[in-house]
Every structure is written in structure tokens, then in C-alpha cells.
Design a binder for this molecule. Sequence first.
Ligand code: ATP
Ligand code: MN
Length: 463
Amino acid sequence: MSTAGQSIRDIFNAETGTDITTRGWVKTRRDSKGVTFVQLNDGSCFRDLQVVVDAGTIPDDVLASVTTGACIMVHGLLVDSPAAGQPVEVKAQSITVYGDADPLTYPLQKKGHTMEFLREIAHLRPRSNTFGAVFRVRNVLSHAIHTFFQDRGFLYVHTPIITTSDCEGAGAMFGVTTLDLMNLPREPRGGIDYTKDFFGKPAYLTVSGQLEAEVFALAFSNVYTFGPTFRAENSNTPRHLAEFWMIEPEMAFCDLDGDRALAEDFLKFIINSVLDKCADDIEFFNKRIDNTVLETLEHVTKSAFEHVTYTEAVRLLEKADRSFEFPVTWGCDLQSEHERYLTEDVFKKPVIVTDYPKEIKAFYMRMNDDGRTVRAMDVLAPRIGEIIGGSQREERLDVLKERIKAQGLPEEPYSWYMDLRRYGTVPHAGFGLGLERMMMYVTGMKNIRDVTPFPRTPGSAEF
Ligand code: ATP
Ligand code: MN
């Protein structure tokens, strides 16, 4: 099969009066007197190409197979469309059917399906309007993320997916083993003998590439990771996945203020890219999914993010003229309802909260002089809550040792991490953005399962 043929997106930019060849999947077919209208989509853009088939041009047996879901090739003349709704259309001269689709059983019908049903047909939902738009945006977002960092001279580092440091402090981990679960090797005292396991010790899927990114930041100055991350947290929420993609920049010679500034620039840049390159898709989300999306995104790119300390945030929450399911006192972790109140009701835009109590944050975050708070930041966004978590890292060996001890962690597995403080240490900082949380933010999609090609959640890992 030759690859000649134009994408539908290219065809929308082509001159009328030219011959074109195009391929795609039939969205709908409508017959009227003496003419058949076929809406064709190949995923290259939101809009369908209208193919007009005049009676008699295409053999009946071929046209009979041109039904919703079928994959076809069309050869014809590109003309100005007389009807409203599309600028151009194709007058078919010949059609080849690559693969037909039984209209009686094809699951993706024109009628509006529920998101839950579409999740069950994740192998076909990419052909729907909604999921076409979702995954084009996800692609553009991913490209924009690389562009942002590459343009600023950040080095892209691939941190490992399998790790043997089990206490990164970010959440429950999935074990990785080749041991026979029915016949586990035992230590004399009954525990599992991991020396017999593949890596000679317990291994897990990574929850974050941060610690390894720090290694690279202390050699290449500015680095980032962008890869899959795994959390075995049994939280069945619309914003948690067991497998998600995380972007983690790490910068040497950087403090929390620099980290905060980078997070803001970064979010604005990637939002602008999506607005710029996915205008039709965003227009669709704005019309059909959430009619505040466009306004919100444009507002965010133009306004400065808000910044409050945790202590100020707690004061605002205590003063709130509403009650919360989880009461707020200084020292508690902010729950989603608190985060959303701050960003949706108080500030109505993204808010960066910094300087959290040390007890609720990870051991590697830099201790403030007050001895009670650490240089942590969370970026909170309307509708989503936490979208970014980051911090300035503790670069002082003695303080880091204290923190590891205080959190009841063993020192030995962190010896290499402490070496970074022993040899040529420097202030450094970074953050993690969950790609899927960002996707929810830019599309207005309400469930993280619907911005992920094949979502993995408790009890569900289909396809
Ligand atoms: P949350 O409190 O929302 O569970 P977290 O504090 O566990 O988040 P971090 O460990 O700081 O999050 O991870 C960095 C970022 O990764 C988060 O800001 C979020 O965007 C994303 N993230 C974290 N956990 C998940 C998850 N289970 N599914 C999807 N994205 C996640
Ligand atoms: Mn979590």
C-alpha cells in the first residue's frame, strides 16, 4: 500500500479544484435523493471531511459498505461546499473500502454515549469526537512540554522505572518480582528471601523520578524527566490513576522562588501551545464538556498566579464562610475540598501554596529557619486541586540526615543521595506535574480515566 494521500487536516488547507485522495473512518452516512453524504475522519483534526457521492458514480455494492465505522479511501475533486457547516467538500470519483463495519453491531453509534460506556470500548473510543480531541490535545501538550524545557537548555533524562529504593515518600508502591508466589523462598525466620529474587532485593515500580533527577541536576544543572509513574494507592477518585505520566524538572542553583516562577511560566507556555495548536478541539470542549474552559485558560495565561504560604492558607480556610468535611487546623494536610476552596472561591485562579509543616511533607524538602516548615510548594488549580507538587531540596548534609532519622527512615538506602550533599552540594529545586491532571485542566474532562488512553485504576487494567 502506498502512503500517497493527504490527511484531512491538509485537505482543509488545500486549493479547491484539485484532485485529492484521502483515507479515514466513516463517522456517519446520510442518504438523500440522488446523493449520499459521508462524514470522514482520520484523526488529523477535529472536523470531518464531507464526501459527496452522486448517484451512479460509485458501484452499489461498494457504496453499501460505506457505513459508520468502515475504513475507506476516497478519490475525488475538492470543491467549495455549497452548504453551511463546512468550507469544502469532496466530490467522490472512486471509493475503496479497506474494512467494512456491521452497522448493527458497531458499538460507536452517532448517539451520545456515556463516558462510562465509552471507557468499556476504549479500543474504539479514540474514533469519537470527544476522544479524538482529548488525544490530540494530549499529544500537543506532550510536545509543548519538551519544547519548553529544550528551548531553555534543560537536559532530558530517563530515570528508571524499576527502583529498589522503597521509601521515596510519595505513596504506595507496586512490587516487581519474578519469585514464584505459590512457592516463596523463605529466610530462616520466615520472611521472604529476596536475595533469591531477580534483583537480589525487593524492587518496585517508581513513584517519582525525582531522586534520580537530582543526581543529574547536580551534573547538568537543569534537567527534566517525563515518563510513567506508578502508585498503588487504593483511592478510587476521579483524579487518581495507578499509572500516570509525570514531568519533573530539577534545577541546580535554584531556590523555591525560582521553582515557583518556573512552574508558572511552564504552565502558561503549555496552555498557550494548546490554545494555539488545538483551537478546534478546545472549542469543542468549551461547547460540549465545560463552557468555562476557554475563558479559564485564557485568563490563566494572562494573569499572575496567586502565592500564599500554608500558614496564610490555613487562616483563609479558618475564616471561610462555609464548613468543610475535614476541619482545618495548622498542621493538617490540605484536603481536596480545601484546595478547591482556595483556588475556586478565594482567588479564582491558580494558587501556589508554599512552606508547609514539615510533618506532612517528604524528608528531602528544605527546612526553613523556623524549624517547623519546609520549602514545599503545591500549585492548585480550579476544578482539579493539586496539579503540581514541588520543593526546594535539603542541600545540607547534617539537616538531611536529621530529617531521614526523624521520619524513621533507614540511612543506608540513601547513601548515594547523601553523597550529593557530601560532594559539591548546592541549593536546588524542582517539581512534579501530573500530565493527566493537566489534561483535565485544559480539556475540562471530569474524570482522569477519560484523558488517558488506557487507564489503570484499582480493579481495572483492561486492554
Ligand atoms: P494528591 O494529594 O493529589 O494525591 P500527591 O501529593 O500524592 O497528590 P505528588 O506526590 O506531589 O502528589 O505528585 C506530583 C504530581 O503528580 C501531583 O501534583 C499530581 O499532578 C500528580 N499525581 C500524583 N498522584 C497521582 C495519581 N495517582 N494519578 C494521577 N496524577 C497524580
Ligand atoms: Mn497522592
